[in-house]
Design a protein around this ligand. Sequence first.
Ligand code: F3S
Length: 651
Amino acid sequence: MPKNLTQKIIAAHLMDGSMEPGAEIGLKIDQTLTQDATGTMAYLQFEALGLDRVKTELSVSYVDHNTLQMGFRNPDDHRYLRSIAKKYGIIFSPPGTGICHQLHLENFAKPGKTLIGSDSHTPTAGGVGSLAMGAGGLSVALAMAGEPYHIPMPKVLRVHLTGTLQGWASAKDVILHLLGRLTVKGGVGKVLEYTGPGVATLSVPERAVITNMGAELGATTSVFPSDERTREFLVSMGRPEDFTPLAADEDAAYDDTIEVDLSTLEPLAAQPHMPDRVVPVARLAGLKVDQAAIGSCTNSSYADMKSVALLFAGKQVAEHTDTMISPGSKQVIKLLARESLIEPIVDSGARLLEASCGPCIGMGGSPVSQGVSVRTFNRNFEGRSGTQDAQVYLVSPLTAAQCALRGEFSDPATWGEPPAVDPLPKDAPSIRSLFIYPPVDGAAVEIERGPNIVALEQFPTLPDTIETAVQLKVEDNITTDHILPAGAQITALRSNIPAISEYIFNRVDAGFVGRMKARAAQGVAKACGGVIVAGDNYGQGSSREHAALGPRHLGVCAVVAKSFARIHRANLVNFGILPLLLVNKDDYDTLAQDTPLSIPTASIQPGGEVSLQVNGVGLVPVTNDLSAHELAVIRAGGLLNFVRFAKAQTA
Ligand code: F3S
């Protein structure tokens, strides 16, 4: 049966499951990448698996997010990441070398390979025909251990491209156009696969802009075929041997198709505060611009930077428009220098920043109060820029450069001719000597830990019966922010579960951590120091693993709720916490804080009912929606233990 490209790559990597849309599949992962903000936890989890070396073909640890080294925490993390990479066979990219996705595209991404990364814009590598997905740190750790990566089999949405981009329209406008049509939910559960004659008109860096922001559509990933343009890119990057042609079969079937005529597109902008609030740039003409920020993993390639430098040549940016430029990698910086393109950027009055995420992650470059900031980035959520009341517009580098020069949005019809830029450099200088490669045998390498790096503890297995007490009772719609707030002070503790656990539920009940610690001091916390009782939709919001890890560290072994949010429920399972569902939601009212209770855990079956014995109340029936696999994971004390025990048995 003819296959589309997504099905071909999945079929070549299928370890378990069937390729029916929605069914769970396990994929062999060829490559992994991490960035520093999520990487430390991924590597602490990998360490806990007790392996000597990663099992992937290639794993790379990039430092690009928290590159500012103010105080010991970030530099300690960087040193830890460097030593971990050396020990376990991972390539290390030091701070300042570049942004993970730009570097991966330039140096390592290959057609037909599977890649998961602990960063949501990992799909950037779909520009060369990789099946590249963002994942949680634990999934990346397990993939490095050779375990399959489990996802629901996605549907495949064909994006059929015709025509050629005209005038000032660019790759960014293609994905902004799709966001305007499909919305930020339009790609959920889907892979966007690009086909049609328009594909050949786009270079790999342009394709990567489009696959990068497929993440904003909520897509599993996005993928382009590997063709002559892919070969040209890999030749330009000095690695022609990595080229393999790849395309969908003729007559392959798709779940749906959407048509885009590239010739009809015009410069677009996503208005505050959502990437799908898309309007033509012309409609914003006259809006004063306080800041222009050009770079990020979306738009920091050689061609993007060169087009901006050519537009700036001989001109200065508006005096009220704070303009900053972050090239995506040191290769891009070297290319700009070789072609004398640094000078026009410097002379324009723009600030040239380090090759890192920088303003995209709020590491400097926040706009003025109530300021209008045009950014070539991928997200414009409220407050993400570091200025709560800033108005952030997402645009292409060409549009951002025009805004910087004029100090306001203007009609592209008044811009004249766009600069002619060859999308690929000739004989690009390699920066591969700047990566730190691991020795063949890392056994003698000592892992360097500063005070902020604390090894993950091994959680206990689930006992047959739990005698415990309700230690916290919360309402409906508790978010992961209620459980563990974000913020620089707390995020800096990401590699230190005991320290970050001090903040668990602080916003809800300031006495919770103290009570759990008192239970631990009495020696009751090891197996289960307490149960949380919750209303509906417990754990909604972000996917942060610490919101399950912190409570588990404090001794929480079960949450009894009316219902759970999907991702947090998965995190509870992964870290060995029982998610139990009240059979009668009215029983919520009978479960008071401090009430002793017992849970007959040995009797729990997938989907089966058991009764809690609650002091002063009697029997309270609970059920679960766990699979046999998930229950086995919880009984083992979490996914890390489960894999570790399985490996010990087969050794
Ligand atoms: Fe970095 Fe922003 Fe991309 S934080 S990885 S440049 S989305």
